[in-house]
Write a protein that binds this ligand. Structure first.
Ligand SMILES: Nc1ncnc2c1ncn2[C@@H]1O[C@H](COP(=O)(O)OP(=O)(O)OP(=O)(O)O)[C@@H](O)[C@H]1O
Length: 661
């Protein structure tokens, strides 16, 4: 029964200039199993064209090529994949072995593409390599063996899936006379085992080994002769008809990995290049977080974690005010400025707490005690003097639970008619000022007030500050015919875990937190913006990385055009080729992401080991989510950059790829 039948096969090539060229002009022939057929003819007569059609690498022809009762031109994609994987084996003149795969992996490649498990495919490939006498070389790479040995590997590769038809295009063209004989003998044995061997050759000597010779001239079959050669046909082995599967993602990644390993230097450089971008972004985020945390933690150390400081008026403008200020409305700008100044100097009526306010705050859950306070900010009106020394006081505040024991660096908390001073003010007044009586000059409203007080200790702050007891200040106000109204309230909770909820509630009720808190919030918001802007600027380098990866993978596609042709001849689908290249992009992305993260960790460690002992700050704070994001961003960018080359590779025409010099 005929294995393969050609009926009036014609092939017309379209020329780039617009014309056409008829390479095959109606070839008809029928081939049986166990035939060894040589196809001979002048160069350019159409031999390779015919082989490409029979091999299913080119489906654009007229006439019929019938295999298993169906014209190849009418095969579906899946049928064609199966045909490549199961029915056809190719042997090329220049071997077309894949240089970065071992002989074993080269031979088993068609099985890898069919997702056969590693153990089975390795065993089958090893058996075949033993049959062609290369068992002991199976772990070598193709570059380490001779031309004749390479062709033997190619023969083993063609046989791996036990195909019905072997197409050999000048299989001995690159071999010397002696190796030619060995290879021909092997090919003959294949035909004797019941397969159909179609072999293109220029050499009459090679043709003389075949059972049949087809002569082609200018695209036409001019003779078809049977030759009487010594030929021992053996009964054909029973062929197993296992279903054809497709290559798995793991195998695609494995093939990608083997190629990356072969070009390790280049890929490592690319990964290193793109890792710098990742490092820059992650480091920026880490520094942003480190500085923010530092600011927050310094603020926290100065305040009592159990205390919530409440102010009545927020520094924030409402929407209407904001619009007016933006529009340059001078009266609004003036009143906002007034509000700010009066809030800071404590003279604003708007920000004093009424009994109603106090009651509202008292009701907040987990608030144990509530303390009235007063603070005022002055530029030159409040002073303290000792003998002939005078110091200006910027901040006058009342004693509260927010002044912790640890913030009183010397002495003790003020008792009746006692005050705390900051260190700088104390130094200005004279040595050993603690325990001494000093003169306090305050301006309350428009009224100058003098009072003698004793310095009880030093309050740890950078601003010139005096801390007095609320009761004392109340008395001073009373003595001068005024009424002290609290402009600050301190809410105390026993468990500092409640503080956050209390602070949130305070804001919800329309009050604001301490100045420090407002400033910290503003500052951290600003810092966040700066961090993201810097990270985005660093992110520009990621675009450079993407371009670099795109270029390298494109070069890789060009370099590996023949390999792609071989993969397709062995039955790789477009999807498989795309997967291999996308997997390479994935591996580069993963590599550069990991490298970037490791470099950032090292840099972060180095920076912190300088700043920690010097300033007690870990400037770089690399949170796990930054590191993970860095790796993910790297992979995504790399895969996006890899899509274009991968697509290009998948679309390569197998015939043209295999012709590529
Ligand atoms: N893609 C193509 N576009 C146009 N013409 C082509 C194309 N491929 C092959 N040809 C032409 O078709 C003819 C047959 O080419 P083919 O490669 O089949 O010849 P061949 O007999 O195998 O030659 P050789 O022995 O030198 O390999 C040649 O004239 C060639 O120039």
């Amino acid at each position: 029964m005929a294995v393969l039948e050609l009926k009036n096969v014609k092939k017309v090539y379209k020329m780039p200039g617009g014309g056409t060229f008829q390479a095959l002009k109606g070839i008809s022939a029928s081939f049986e199993e166990g035939e060894m057929v040589s196809i001979v003819g002048e160069s350019g007569s159409g031999k390779s064209t015919l082989m490409n059609l029979i091999g299913g690498l080119d489906s654009d022809f007229e006439g019929e090529i019938i295999y298993q009762g169906k014209n190849l031109r009418d095969y579906t994609k899946q049928e064609l994949d199966r045909f490549h994987k199961k029915s056809i084996g190719f042997i090329f003149q220049n071997f077309n072995l894949i240089s970065h795969l071992s002989l074993l992996d080269n031979v088993s490649l068609a099985m890898t593409l069919s997702n056969v498990d590693k153990e089975t495919r390795d065993k089958r490939a090893a058996d075949l390599l033993n049959q062609v006498g290369l068992g002991e070389h199976m772990h070598k790479k193709p570059d380490a063996i001779s031309g004749g040995q390479k062709q033997r590997v190619a023969i083993a590769r063609a046989l791996i899936n036990d195909p019905d038809v072997i197409i050999a295009d000048e299989p001995t063209g690159a071999l010397d006379a002696e190796t030619t004989d060995t290879v021909l003998e092997m090919i003959k044995e294949i035909a004797e085992s019941g397969k159909l061997v179609l072999m293109v050759t220029h050499s009459d000597r090679v043709a003389s080994h075949c059972t049949r010779v087809l002569r082609i001239d200018s695209g036409s079959l001019i003779s078809d002769t049977t030759q009487d050669v010594e030929f021992h046909k053996k009964p054909a082995d029973k062929k197993e008809t296992s279903p054809v599967k497709n290559m798995s993602l793991t195998n695609a990644i494995r093939l990608a990995f083997l190629n990356m390993k072969a070009k390790f230097g280049r890929n490592a450089l690319v990964a290193f290049g793109s890792s710098i971008g990742i490092m820059a972004v992650v480091l920026m985020l880490g520094i942003g977080r480190g500085v923010t945390n530092y600011i927050k933690s310094t603020m926290v150390t100065y305040t009592n974690p159990n205390v919530t400081e409440v102010h009545k008026q927020s520094l924030e403008m409402d929407k209407k005010q904001q619009e007016k200020v933006q529009a340059g409305d001078s009266s609004t700008i003036g009143s906002v400025r007034e509000d700010h100044i009066s809030m800071m100097t404590g003279t604003s009526k708007k920000n004093t707490f009424s009994q109603k306010d106090i009651d509202k705050l008292k009701k907040i859950k987990n608030v144990d005690t509530i303390q009235r306070g007063y603070s005022t900010f002055s530029l030159g009106t409040n002073k303290v003097a000792f003998n002939s020394n005078t110091a200006n006081i910027m901040m006058l505040m009342t004693m509260s639970k927010s002044v912790t024991k640890s913030s009183i660096t010397k002495g003790h908390a003020p008792k009746k008619n006692e005050v705390l001073l900051d260190q700088a003010t104390a130094d200005l007044l004279g040595k050993n000022i603690i325990g001494k009586k000093v003169r306090l000059s305050l301006t309350i409203g428009d009224k100058p007030i003098e009072k003698e007080v004793k310095v009880s200790g030093i309050y740890d702050t950078q601003t010139s500050t005096i801390v007095v007891r609320y009761g004392d200040l109340n008395q001073v106000f009373k003595d001068n015919g005024q009424r002290l109204k609290a402009n600050t309230v301190f809410l105390y909770t026993k468990n500092s875990d409640n503080t956050k909820a209390i602070k949130d509630k305070v804001k919800k009720l329309g009050y604001s937190g301490s100045m420090q808190e407002t400033m910290t919030d503003m500052f951290t918001q600003m810092l966040d913006v700066i961090t993201y802007v810097l990270a985005a600027i660093a992110g520009v380098s990621l675009v450079v990385s993407a371009i670099m990866i795109l270029v390298v993978l494109n070069i890789s596609v060009v370099e590996r055009t023949r390999e792609i042709g071989v993969l397709k001849a062995l039955g790789a689908r477009r999807k498989d080729v795309r997967r291999i290249f996308v997997s390479e992009a994935f591996l580069i992305g993963l590599g550069s992401g990991l490298l970037g993260v490791v470099i950032t960790e090292i840099l972060g460690f180095a920076i912190n080991s300088v700043t920690k002992p010097a300033y007690d700050v870990n400037v770089v704070n690399l949170e796990p989510q930054f590191l993970i994001s860095g790796i993910i961003i790297s992979i995504v960018i790399s895969m996006l950059a890899g899509l274009l080359p991968a697509n290009r590779a998948s679309k390569l025409d197998p015939v043209e790829s295999l012709r590529k010099e």
